[in-house]
Design a protein around this ligand. Structure first.
Ligand SMILES: [Zn+2]
Length: 100
């Protein structure tokens, strides 16, 4: 990691942020639990791994955390859209008719 950061940020690759990678099981689905400001001006984040249920804390660049928070929100929205799509796909046909 001695190379300087190249500035291209194209695509939605998930490999860019080591922030969201679990140190124990290498899952890249770490969730952002909360962010707070430290006394020295840096930002800390609490992370949770959905795979091995490990919690830990990192101190990170607020910009990286913002990107992460945005990603989380987009993911949430995607899941909500998916849930909405699934619920609309569920047609009344699947409901058993009430006997009359
Ligand atoms: Zn893990």
């Amino acid at each position: 990691m001695s190379n300087d950061h190249s500035h291209h940020e194209d695509g939605g690759e998930t490999t860019g942020l080591p922030l969201i990678r679990c140190r124990r099981c290498d899952s890249s689905l770490l969730q952002l639990e909360r962010i707070w400001l430290l006394a020295d001006g840096r930002h800390a984040a609490e992370r949770r791994c959905p795979d091995c249920d490990r919690h830990d804390m990192v101190v990170a660049d607020p910009r990286a955390l913002q990107i992460w928070a945005k990603r989380e929100r987009q993911l949430l929205e995607t899941l909500e859209e998916l849930a909405a799509a699934l619920s609309t796909r569920e047609t009344p046909e699947s409901v058993p008719p009430s006997g009359a």
